[in-house]
Write a protein that binds this ligand. Structure first.
Ligand code: ACM
Length: 678
């Protein structure tokens, strides 16, 4: 068995092997290549740590190795854990670990590579296991491996951020994007603009949802009804240094031109109408806006050494711009055709300013609208299209699509979970993500800079809850970002995630208990082979489905597929018109029919309600229909996700089935996934 080559997939095939060989798989993210021999090195009291690296790395690596509780030494001995800079490894973040009876040798080209090797050793040795003899050769798939924390919607302070940095480092993540500014609160001290933290960092309600549903008022710092907070400049410096010690870069996000209600209430002269509490978008026609943003960025770049500064750019309403004299003048002077170009003008100018300071910008994918700034990196969140466009135009892209990377969605069956923003994003789905879309040409793939998990915090009122949403999904992001698809395997990952989750809990992280996972809506897990499956559905003229919730289109209601807990999963079909639902299914020949039913979803926040009335009828000739059932239901508004089946059971013969549903007085959408006929 000596020097047998194991890929992780082979290791799974060797499930019956001795413990020694299996232990090599306990590492998350899974390494690219593991070769094990017979034997395990276990440190004892005389094992020493030797670090051969430059000053800064030397200190960082000694600190990182401290959990092993060993003495340090200057010289290599025959019972030693050695971390050394070496030209043998070429990838700037890669490492190699060789283990034999004399100890563990970690080699890397850089301090970062050594640090990741150390994390592998720490994980492998956690709980008293030793390091199997052999070699681990590892390097990341992506250079950018990120997590975003939204500290605006609810403020989570320095200690919380440090704790998450510790976990990120353990799983080889290397970018922490802080969403520092948004309507709900400005979270970074800016000396030139004290009102941002004396006022715009505080609000009347501690919980975002209460504040959002009330008057969205800010409060004076120190007043009895002020809730919120901010990071002082000293705290930011401390955080940046803390992250750097763990080879993590903090990327600050300063939102512009939108999501800026808090700024424009503190400094209303920067909005088009100069009225507090009225605008979310900066006035792009006003030079004072640029003066403000540049002054803020001067302080931000002093505080954060990151090469990249995130400038937001998402979801600008642009509503005040067309009627604002200064914006109109700017558009006229610059020969602009539409307001998208005005947004693009701001982003271009800010990019130029930051480039002049040696920094680069990242923006959400809306920065593509109106023309991308020449050096910008795009963070693709509305699916992957923005990332693909950016890459095709020769720009870098970071993939963080809502479908796979928005960690504010439910991670398990919603009825078992605390309130979340919606959706359904279990560990398995995060893990399944491949940041390189198939459609990208081979010569552009290197432009996919990496991947990021985003924790938006509208529905996350406490730090404890934030951890609950982050873990263990952060581990899946880490493995998507680090490990090549060939070595990934969900079953094996889940086993490791359960183990890591326990360790996280032991270290005081309030992670979701993966061992109790309920899973997807059971109906969504299989295809129904009913007699209308694959049959044509005709939508009556006044009752089309809503294009934004088309599911698979005309065939969606008879494709045999059932929706998940997520209304936006591409399986649920939505109807919003007054005509409700009125569809006729042609079974192609007369059939004996015993039941007809459809299940509806209700989720009141995005405006999805159960029907108030359903009528089911059948016909042999498509002209004369016999009514089989008329069902009425009193729709009640509530906070929970619910499902209700409206159906008929009996015995009839028919070729055509007509299913009609009417909305309640709440209006909004009706969502159904399948009309099942048996
Ligand atoms: C975003 O989710 N608005 C970037």
């Amino acid at each position: 068995m000596k020097n047998t080559l194991f890929t992780i997939i082979m290791m799974l095939a060797f499930a019956g092997c001795t413990n020694k060989e299996q232990t090599a798989t306990n590492i998350t993210p899974v390494p690219q290549k593991v070769e094990t021999g017979n034997g395990v090195f276990t440190a004892d009291r005389s094992t020493v740590i030797v670090v051969n690296a430059g000053n800064e790395d030397y200190d960082r690596l000694h600190k990182a190795l401290q959990p092993l509780g060993l003495q340090t030494a200057d010289k290599v001995t025959d019972n030693c854990i050695l971390a050394q800079i070496s030209k043998e490894v070429t990838h700037p973040e890669g490492y190699r670990i060789t283990t034999d009876r004399n100890g563990i040798k970690i080699s890397a080209a850089t301090g970062a590579g050594l640090f990741y090797g150390v994390q592998t050793v720490l994980q492998q040795c956690a709980g008293g296991s030793g390091m199997p003899y052999g070699t681990i050769t590892d390097e990341p798939r992506f250079a950018y491996r990120g997590i975003m924390l939204d500290v605006s919607r609810h403020f989570f302070g320095k200690e919380f951020i440090k704790k998450q940095i510790d976990a990120m480092a353990a799983y080889k993540l290397n970018r922490l994007h802080l969403h520092l500014t948004d309507a709900a609160g400005w979270r970074v001290e800016i000396k030139q603009y004290p009102r941002l933290t004396q006022f715009a960092a505080w609000r009347k309600q501690p919980v975002w949802k209460d504040w959002w549903n009330d008057k969205r008022e800010y409060a004076e710092e120190g007043s009895s009804d002020a809730h919120g907070g901010y990071l002082t400049q000293d705290e930011i410096r401390e955080l940046a240094a803390y992250a750097a010690e763990r080879y993590i870069t903090i990327i600050p996000e300063i939102e512009m031109p939108a999501h800026s209600e808090e700024v424009l209430t503190a400094y209303p002269e920067l909005s088009c109408t100069h009225e507090p509490y009225k605008q979310a978008d900066f006035c792009v026609g006003n030079e004072k806006t640029f003066e403000f943003l540049q002054n803020v960025l001067d302080e931000i770049t002093e505080l954060f050494p990151s090469e990249y500064i995130h400038i937001g750019g998402d979801e600008a309403g642009k509503a005040s711009w067309p009627s604002c004299p200064l914006c109109r003048k700017r558009m006229h002077d610059e020969g602009m055709q539409d307001v998208n170009e005005l947004q693009s003008y701001l982003i271009h100018r800010i990019e130029k300013y930051l480039n002049g300071k040696g920094r680069q910008i990242i923006g959400w994918d809306e920065i593509l609208d109106g023309g991308l700034a020449p050096n910008a990196t795009v963070m693709s969140w509305r699916g992957t299209e923005g990332g693909i466009k950016a890459v095709e135009a020769g720009h870098k892209a970071i993939m963080s699509p809502g479908t796979h990377c928005y960690l504010d969605q439910y991670q398990d069956a919603p009825h078992t979970q605390p309130e979340a923003i919606g959706g359904y994003l279990p560990l398995k789905k995060v893990y399944s993500y491949d940041p390189i879309p198939d459609s990208i040409a081979a010569d552009k793939r290197h432009l996919i800079y990496g991947v990021q998990g985003n924790l938006w915090a509208e529905y996350i009122p406490t730090a404890k809850h934030a951890e609950y949403m982050l873990y263990p999904r952060l581990l899946a992001i880490a493995e998507v970002a680090w490990s090549n698809p060939e070595v990934k395997n969900y079953k094996d990952f889940r086993r490791r995630a359960l183990q890591e989750n326990m360790r996280l809990r032991n270290r005081g992280y309030n992670s979701f208990d993966l061992s109790g996972e309920v899973g997807n809506r059971p109906e969504a897990e299989h295809t129904s082979n009913h007699i209308a499956r694959g049959k044509q559905v005709v939508y009556a003229k006044g009752s089309p489905y809503y294009p934004g919730y088309a599911a698979s289109g005309k065939g969606a209601l008879t494709d045999g597929e059932h929706g998940s807990w997520n209304n936006n999963d591409g399986v649920w079909q939505g109807f919003i018109g007054r005509g409700g639902i009125d569809v006729t299914i042609d079974l192609e020949q007369q059939k004996q029919i015993k039941s007809i039913s459809a299940t509806f979803m209700q989720l009141c926040n995005p405006g999805i309600f159960h029907p108030a009335e359903v009528t089911i009828s059948a016909s042999c000739d498509s002209i004369t229909f016999e009514e089989l059932a008329h069902i009425e239901h009193t729709v009640v508004r509530d906070d929970t996700l619910s499902f209700k089946k409206y159906g008929w059971q009996g015995n009839t013969k028919a070729r055509y089935i007509r299913y009609k549903a009417q909305r309640s007085n709440f209006g909004g959408f009706m969502f159904t996934d399948e009309i099942e006929v048996y």
